[in-house]
Design a protein around this ligand. Sequence first.
Ligand SMILES: O=P(O)(O)OC[C@H]1O[C@](O)(COP(=O)(O)O)[C@@H](O)[C@@H]1O
Ligand SMILES: [Mg+2]
Ligand SMILES: [Mg+2]
Length: 335
Amino acid sequence: MIQKVTTLNQFIIEQQAAFPNATGDFSRLLHHVGIAAKKVNREVNKAGLVDILGQAGTENVQGEDQQKLDVYADMTFINELRASGECCAVLSEENQDIIVFKDGMCRNAKYIFCMDPLDGSSNIDVNVSIGTIFSVYRRKSAPGEEVGQQDFLQKGVEQVAAGYVIYGSSTMLVYTAGNGVNGFTLDPSIGEFCLSHPLISTPSQGKIYSVNEGYYVNFPDGVKKFIKYCQEKDEETKRPFTSRYIGSLVADVHRNLLKGGIFIYPQTSSHPNGKLRLMYECNPMAFIAEQAGGMATNGKMRILDIEPENIHQRTPFYTGSKNMIDKICWFLKNS
Ligand SMILES: O=P(O)(O)OC[C@H]1O[C@](O)(COP(=O)(O)O)[C@@H](O)[C@@H]1O
Ligand SMILES: [Mg+2]
Ligand SMILES: [Mg+2]
C-alpha cells in the first residue's frame, strides 16, 4: 500500500486553507526557513570533509568564540529570510544589533524573526546533535516605518510561530503556529521535509531529568533537592529517574518532548541570570512545550509571560512534562 507523504509545503498550504483571511505571507516565510535548514543541513552532514569545522576567529555579542558553522548558519538564514520578502528584521544570537531589511518587499513586511542559528555549538566538532531555533512575531511598527529593537521586545505569548531544526541522526523541523506541534523529517532522497510526527504530545510524567550536574554546587537549593528527589528509589513513582544531558538545548528538549522528562538550566555562579537567551532559545522552546501539553518556567513565572527588557537577555529555564515542572517549582518555592 502506497503511504501518503505530506511535505512541509503541502502541510503549510493545508494549514493556510484553515484561515480564510490568510495572505500566504507566513507560508512563504516558513517555506524559506525550510530552504535555509536544508542548506545548513548539507554543510553539517559533511562537516568533517569540508573546511567548516572549528572556530571562525571572531566573537559574538555574548563574548563567545564563534564557530564557522555559527557564522555560516547565521548568514544562510539571513539570506533566505531576505529572499522570502516576508520578514522586515532579524534578531540573531550571532549579531549585537537587529538586522533590518530595507530593500524590496521586506520594508513593508509584517513579520520579524528571532533566531539561534546554530544551537549546541560546543558539540559541532564532535558529531553530536546540534540545531537551529526560531521564533516569529508580527512587527509593532507600521509597514514602511523604521523597525527598531522595540519591535522585538514582545512577550513570548505574542509569538505567531516557533520552531527548531535538529541536525541529528536524521534532520527534523519541528514547529507550532498555535495549533499544536508537528514534526517533519528530511527525506534526503527527495530533499523534502515530510510529516513524520503529527500533533506531538508530551507525557505529563516523564522518567528523564536533564541538567549539567557539573555546576551542582552552585545550583539553588530547590534544584539540588529536586535532583535528589529524581535519584531516590521509590516504586510507586518509578524513581530513580534517568539522567540524560547532551549539551545541545535543541537535542535535550526534543528528546523530552517526545518521551517526557524535564530540562533544567538554572542560574549558576557563572550565569547569575541563567545561561540561555529568552528571545531566541527559551520563548520558542516554551511555546512548543506548551503546545505539546508541557510547561516552561523560570522557576517563578511562566516563560511566555516574561516582559523582555533586552534583546539578548538570559533567564533560568525549566521545561518539560507538566508533573515534573510542578514538582521542581514546589521545591524551588519551599527551599
Ligand atoms: O555547556 P553547558 O553550560 O551545559 O551549556 C549547554 C547549553 O549551552 C548551549 O550550547 C547554548 O547555546 P549555543 O550553543 O547556541 O550558544 C545550549 O545549546 C546548551 O543547552
Ligand atoms: Mg543556543
Ligand atoms: Mg547558538
